[in-house]
Write a protein that binds this ligand. Structure first.
Ligand code: ADP
Ligand code: MG
Length: 448
């Protein structure tokens, strides 16, 4: 890439993210190649790569667009040479070739991510069937499961597995043309083709020149009848010719509403597999694998905390580990449970706290009994902690005033009155305010 473009790009980026962030993270990135609207950037190590991807990916794309007027797909890789000694895990990232024939079509898409392979997919009871079927279609011909349809909620490995299929098939036979797209992109392309009067070319591209077709996020097709029709004929043609089709969505074909019946049954005519949230053991394995990839060690209780806290999204588990590594390196602190609790607050904010947890916490802090809190007593030593308990119930649970009242043997208007009074106390009485701040910190440390 021309030097001038690179420096303009850096300037734009600096403006967008601020000098401090730029210097800390983005100044270390170097351009590797710019070709066919795909920009390859090299990060000094895996950690910087993950952090930049997580936090600055959109800024990179927008800044590049701002400078060149081009929509671009950015691929981040890291240089294994500058990685910590002994870690050669990432070597294959940078030397793998792009999928043939796909580059032209995949501009602007989060297309096949070369980090998503079968080797680094952790298998457990929740995804075993999905894994085995994905692997099977890369190994045997004629294709046994066609189409292969994966569905799950967010972040459970649909993109990982479907990308792994594409890469594996391509790596065993580079003449195979693997097309990876999303339902959204397919629709967009089709509309463009209609507008430019080259719909025939578009149809041919998918029906004639493609050996393996991956289309993700099929739920996007809801209500889009024209695209549904086009996809139906494309799938039909490909499957009849013995080409492999892999589809993903957030629910099974039958459950996606506003999808034509013939398309539903076409999509469901091969093998439909769901991926469920990982169990505890699988989560621990994923955490261990991610830490190894990042060359980091975390104590067992921290791994335990992450596995217990993040219920069902593997993407969140991986980001949590990156966040933790970042806080530890930025604050110069060792990775322990305290740091984990502070850092991962965002991930656990929606963890449910129950009124009884609040009652027990407040009782313990004020050395009163839970029964006293629920009693009719109006003594200040009981009434004051009770008010704080109400306040916490409003803050940390979504309980209604009546259910809080029920719990503490009051009616809803009495809780409301107490809360209003307490609000005034917090604003006017420094002692109350400090006490609430302190208790909040303690409470969040214990429960989040
Ligand atoms: P989805 O497409 O279902 O929303 P992704 O495939 O994008 O989910 O997965 C989200 C993140 O979790 C990715 O970083 C992916 O590598 C990771 N991931 C998902 N399942 C696994 C697994 N079984 N083993 C290792 N990493 C996984
Ligand atoms: Mg996905």
């Amino acid at each position: 890439m021309e030097n001038q473009v690179w420096s303009l790009f850096n300037e734009a980026l600096k403006k967008r993210v601020g000098t401090a962030s730029f210097n800390r993270w983005l100044s270390q990135i170097k351009p590797e190649k710019f070709h066919a609207n795909k920009l390859i950037l090299v990060c000094p190590n895996k950690f910087v790569l993950d952090w930049v991807k997580l936090n600055y990916y959109k800024d990179l794309v927008s800044s590049f667009q701002q400078v060149t007027g081009n929509e671009v797909f950015i691929d981040l890789i890291f240089s294994p040479d500058s990685n910590a000694p002994g870690n050669d895990k990432g070597k294959h990232f940078s030397c793998q070739l792009p999928l043939p024939g796909t580059e032209r079509y995949l501009v602007g898409l989060p297309f096949i991510n070369r980090e998503y392979t079968f080797q680094n997919f952790v298998v457990g009871p929740s995804n075993q069937l999905a894994y085995a079927s994905a692997l099977a279609i890369t190994e045997k011909e004629p294709r046994l499961y066609n189409p292969l349809f994966f569905y799950s909620t967010e972040g459970l490995g649909k993109t990982h597995l479907s990308s792994a299929v594409g890469q594996k098939i391509y790596s065993t036979n580079p003449d195979v043309k693997v097309f990876y797209t999303t339902a959204e992109w397919f629709t967009h392309e089709m509309i463009q083709a209609l507008r430019k009067n080259n719909i025939l070319e578009f149809k041919e591209k998918y029906r004639k020149y493609c050996d393996v077709l991956v289309i993700e996020d099929i739920q996007f097709l809801q209500k889009k009848e024209k695209t549904q029709e086009e996809i139906f004929y494309t799938l039909d043609t490909l499957i009849q010719m013995g080409k492999q089709v892999v589809l993903t969505a957030n629910s099974s074909p039958r459950e996606i509403s506003d999808l034509k019946t013939n398309l539903k049954s076409r999509m469901g005519s091969g093998l439909v597999v769901d991926i469920r949230p990982p169990d505890y053991e699988t989560k621990r394995k994923i955490i261990a694998q991610k830490c190894e990839e990042e060359n980091m060690k975390i104590p067992g209780d921290v791994a335990d905390f992450i596995a217990n806290t993040i219920k069902s999204n593997i993407r969140d588990i991986k980001s949590a580990i990156i966040q933790l590594l970042a806080s530890s390196s930025l604050l110069g602190r060792t990775i322990d449970l305290d740091l984990a609790k502070e850092t991962l607050k965002d991930f656990i904010q929606n963890r449910l706290v129950k009124i009884i947890d609040i009652q027990n916490f407040i009782a313990q802090q004020f050395k009163v009994t839970p029964e006293q809190l629920r009693s009719k007593s109006r003594l200040r030593t009981i009434n004051y902690p009770r008010q704080i308990a109400y306040y916490f119930c409003r803050k940390y649970t979504d309980s209604t005033l009546s259910s809080i009242g029920n719990f503490f043997n009051r009616n809803h208007s009495s809780v409301l009155r107490a809360l209003n009074q307490f609000d005034i106390s917090i604003r006017t009485n420094r002692g109350v305010k400090d006490a609430v701040t302190l208790l909040t910190q303690k409470f969040e440390k214990t429960y989040f």
